[in-house]
Design a protein around this ligand. Structure first.
Ligand SMILES: [Zn+2]
Length: 109
């Protein structure tokens, strides 16, 4: 997965800039509208980290669920990738959040 690869590149760049010998933990944020599934990201990380300084690092995925407040009826609800309409009145909505896809922090030794 190209996304996992570019996240990993970022992690390695950061680690080497900080003179790290070992990466122990990687925190990432993944929105539910980002088009990336947390479990497949986790799978790719496992494959990419083996044999590197991140071998054995814990990947902590913060899954961010998009929400929306309907402008017509004020209903608040969670938004999935295929939700474009208010669950209550059927009016158009625009989601808040859910498109996050980033490395939040890394812990190194
Ligand atoms: Zn509504």
């Amino acid at each position: 997965m190209a996304v996992a690869q570019s996240m990993m590149d970022l992690v390695f760049e950061n680690a080497s800039a900080n003179g790290a010998k070992k990466i122990t933990r990687i925190d990432v944020a993944v929105g539910n509208l980002s088009g990336v599934a947390a479990d497949s990201l986790s799978f790719c990380f496992d494959a990419l980290k083996s044999g590197t300084i991140a071998d054995g690092a814990l990947l902590a995925i913060d899954e961010i669920i998009a929400t929306a407040k309907c402008p017509a009826c004020a209903e608040e609800f969670r938004v999935g990738p295929h939700d474009f309409l208010c669950a209550k009145c059927g009016g158009p909505i625009s989601p808040n959040g859910g498109r996050e896809l980033s490395v939040k922090s890394i812990e190194v030794e």
